[in-house]
Design a protein around this ligand. Structure first.
Ligand SMILES: Cc1ncc(COP(=O)(O)O)c(C=O)c1O
Length: 339
């Protein structure tokens, strides 16, 4: 893989084509086809990050300054930051106890005349239920490559290729997937300064381009994404089977387990027991949006379920590179600890 990548990088250097060249074009086709092979209309547009994918998708559905966007109170902060970057207002609503994802039943109550869109986050790789609404929906699938089988249900879906994601880049990267050709064309314009033809700018925008080096790396790694996701799923399933007494996030056959997460009411004790046994854990995320110093100002209603997830969630090791012996060790350790 390293040698193959080095050859591709040499080719990029020699060609002089560093941006929006053959690798970016090919990656867009290959990633779109991987996401939904049966779709004749799905297009992927490569951009500079997951955050910019979200931002451009929101612009594409008409979100602008002063508009409100409903989103889950428990998510990675960039979901809300993308809204704020447009001068719009994130409106956090609570999440479902079992899934940690947006509660679709709360969307109508959070809606005001200024609401322009809803963001649904497929947190940790679990496909979330979309609300039934006439508002445009933008899906945040930064953690969920492969979890969505029908991209036509929403206006656009944002993916991140941050290096630790299921499809991780060599640096930053992202993509917007949409089945609406006009939206895809607009996002292609918006990612390059709103330029329609050489030095003619029909919309105000900035630079959200992906580099050719990133696209070349992603093309190589796309080849193993199906197997990597299957491995993540099998690892998480092994843990769940070994430790059914723990309060795992809800399962789903399409869950791609960017993270394997459970809730431990006494998190410090739980993490200490695992650390003592030699199992590393992490907390994604320690605060709900309603508790984040920079975002608590946007709280409009209490979000107790989101805040409970924030105080109890624990991520356990789940990535394709784990050996079978390591997986067994983690599974057996989880079987012995109290939730
Ligand atoms: C749920 C979610 N949304 C958005 C993002 C932003 O992606 P990026 O870091 O590529 O900008 C991330 C990644 O951290 C994420 O996990």
């Amino acid at each position: 893989m390293a040698a193959e990548f080095a050859t591709l990088v040499t080719g990029i250097v020699q060609s002089g084509s560093r941006l929006l060249g053959e690798h970016t074009v090919a990656f867009e086709h290959e990633f779109g086809a991987w996401l939904e092979p049966s779709s004749a209309t799905l297009e992927a547009v490569a951009v500079s990050s997951g955050a910019s994918a979200l931002q451009l998708a929101l612009v594409g559905v008409g979100v602008g300054p002063g508009d409100e966007v409903i989103l889950p109170a428990f998510t990675a902060v960039p979901t809300a930051a993308a809204v704020c970057a447009l001068g719009a207002v994130p409106v956090p609503v609570d999440v479902v106890e079992g899934t940690a994802c947006l509660d679709p039943a709360l969307v109508d109550a959070a809606r005001t005349p200024r609401t322009r869109a809803v963001i649904v986050v497929h947190l940790y790789g679990l496909p979330a239920t979309l609300p039934i609404t006439d508002l445009p929906i933008v899906e945040d699938a930064a953690q969920a490559h492969g979890a969505i089988c029908d991209h036509g249900r929403s206006a656009a879906t944002a993916y991140s290729f941050y290096p630790t994601k299921n499809l991780g880049g060599i640096g930053d990267g992202g993509a917007v997937a949409t089945t609406e050709p006009a939206l895809a064309a607009r996002i292609r314009r918006l990612r390059a300064h709103g330029m329609t033809e050489m030095y003619v700018h029909t919309e105000i925008s900035q630079n959200f381009r992906m580099s050719e080096v990133e696209a070349a790396w992603l093309r190589l790694n796309l080849a193993t994404l199906t197997a990597d996701n299957a491995r993540r799923h099998a690892i998480a399933q092994r843990y769940r089977n070994a430790a059914p007494h723990l309060a795992w996030q809800d399962s789903d056959p399409a869950h791609v387990y960017h993270l394997a997460v459970l809730r431990a009411p006494d998190r410090p004790a739980f993490r200490a027991a695992l650390a003592e046994a030699g199992v590393a854990t992490a907390v994604q995320y320690p605060l709900a949006l309603t508790q984040q110093p920079a975002y608590e100002q946007f709280t409009v209603a209490p979000c107790p379920v989101a805040e409970a997830w924030a105080s109890e969630c624990v991520s356990v090791p789940c990535f394709p590179e784990l050996s079978d012996a390591e997986v067994e060790f983690v599974a057996e350790t989880l079987a012995t600890v109290d939730g």
